[in-house]
Design a protein around this ligand. Structure first.
Ligand code: UD1
Ligand code: CA
Length: 454
């Protein structure tokens, strides 16, 4: 007996007013559906069945490598009809969890509690919540003994049922055998002419079983996304959670409302993050790391004692220890900085391995470069790595001093301890421990006169 998770994601999401299907709209940088799939995986789902319909090809393409099984619902005839499409994949002994593609933030613990209610005597369990304003939701109808009798949709509800505050979140757990049996009996004789999944609640009761319910810890867990305002609201709630979690781990945030985490962050001790920082993908920050204001860090590993100063952009790079970057630095993919490296303002690096203690402090481009330790690269130095067709390597030894405004035309090699005179264009390999320069000798034309205006 295994757990099968069915995610309903066939709807269009008209109110998003977007060409992107609703379940692909991003929350914290990832499609809504991705959040649900991750949750299903955490719960140990044996199979994740996603019911797709609107723009199904697009949804399938985006989620192709996620190990998700897609089920097509070509016409959207209701939530019950949607679940029916997945039945061929459901065995009698399975536990089935139904999730909605547009409700992304339900906690694992809540879903575990819900699944925990299932037993041979209890084939159906519901996640419900009491709302101050229940408008729009299906209402949970209970009898005098407070036992669940049915769910009534808003459009089918009698006036006194509309007063009920306890609503159906849409999320339910059910045993495979019963799900098949009850879905086979569904009819669409209701206000919307749809096959309602929620009708199985009354069927369960009619078969003599009681329906048990559980509630999430917070309302946020069951909030749905129907328009861009709700999407934004959930984004902020999600970000608050991320920030709270980082602070719980000891991170100092100068303003918890001005940090955005769009991925997974691992932190050491005494990390400090200033305002308006975006962390994307997989980010690891060691002990005593400081991130200045307005930085974007995507897929980076930053070692102990490093400081990234304001307005820096780092992607796919690794910083060892006590490295200083920025302000206004751009570290592109393949940048690897050893201990004590300093990268200053308006410096761009790409596919660059820079040895310990080396400094590139101002206005430089260092690309496709291997640099040794203790080098000093003067302001405005450019590695000319591209000949218009191919990229070439620049290899710089240890202890090299490159004077300001130098162009290193790759492929080129600078030997250990070499010194390059400022303003040079270096086209040939440079010997170790010598001064090399390539520039016209300075001369003064005595008695030279400025031209006169005609
Ligand atoms: C549903 C519930 C209601 C509950 C509410 C919670 C039913 C009949 N009603 O109502 O009790 O309070 O959710 O938000 O289930 N979908 C499909 N195929 C379809 C129809 C819907 O995949 O044919 C998907 C939608 O994409 C969406 C989800 O199912 O992700 C819910 O559908 P929706 O039409 O929004 O249901 P509600 O009317 O909100
Ligand atoms: Ca809905």
């Amino acid at each position: 007996m295994g757990l099968k998770v069915i995610i309903l994601a066939a709807g269009k999401g008209t109110r998003m007013r977007s060409s992107l299907p609703k379940v692909l709209q991003p929350l914290a940088g990832q499609p809504l559906l991705q959040h649900l799939v991750a949750r299903a995986k955490q719960l140990g789902a044996q199979k994740i069945l996603t019911v797709v319909g609107h723009e199904s090809h697009l949804v399938e393409a985006v989620m192709a490598d996620q190990g998700v099984h897609f089920v097509l619902q070509s016409e959207q005839l209701g939530t019950g009809h949607a679940v029916q499409q997945a039945l061929p994949e459901i065995a009698d002994e399975d536990s089935v969890l139904v999730l909605y593609g547009d409700v992304p933030l339900t906690a694992d613990s809540t879903l575990k509690d819900l699944l925990g209610l299932l037993s041979p005597q209890q084939p159906l369990a519901l996640l419900t919540i009491d709302l101050v304003n229940p408008s729009g939701y299906g209402r949970v109808v209970r009898n005098a003994h407070h036992e669940v009798c049915a769910i009534v949709e808003q459009k089918d509800a009698r006036p006194e049922q509309l007063q009920i505050r306890e609503v159906n979140t849409g999320i339910l757990a059910v045993q495979g055998r019963f799900l098949k049996q009850w879905l086979g009996q569904l009819q669409s004789n209701n206000a919307q002419g749809e096959f309602y999944l929620t009708d199985i609640i009354a069927m369960c009761v009619a078969d003599g079983y009681s329906v048990h319910t559980t509630q999430p810890a917070t309302e946020m867990e069951v909030l749905g996304v129907n328009d861009k305002a709700q999407l934004q609201a959930l984004e902020r709630l999600y970000q608050q959670q991320q920030a709270a979690e980082l602070m719980r781990q000891g991170v100092t945030l100068l303003d918890a409302s001005r940090l955005d985490v769009r991925g997974a962050v691992t932190v050491g001790q005494d990390v400090q993050i200033d305002v308006n920082v975006i962390l994307e993908g997989s980010v690891t920050l060691g002990n005593n790391v400081k991130i200045g204001a307005h930085c974007v860090l995507k897929n980076v590993r930053i070692g102990d004692g490093c400081e990234v100063q304001p307005f820096s952009h780092l992607e796919d790079c690794v910083l060892a220890q006590n490295v200083s970057v920025g302000p206004f630095a751009r570290l592109r993919p393949g940048t690897e900085l050893a201990d004590n490296v300093r990268i200053g303002n308006f410096v761009e690096t790409k596919q660059a391995k820079i040895g310990s203690g080396s400094k590139v402090n101002h206005l430089s481009y260092i690309g496709d470069t291997q640099m040794g330790a203790q080098c000093n690269i003067g302001a405005g130095t450019i590695t000319c790595n591209y000949d218009g067709v191919n990229k070439h390597q620049t290899v710089i030894g240890d202890g090299v001093f490159v004077g300001s405004d130098t162009q290193l035309i790759a492929p080129v090699h600078l030997g250990d301890g070499a010194t390059i005179g400022a303003g040079s264009t270096i086209t040939k390999d440079v010997p170790a421990h010598e001064l090399t320069l390539s520039r016209a000798k300075q001369l003064t034309l005595k008695g030279w006169q400025k031209p006169q205006k005609r």
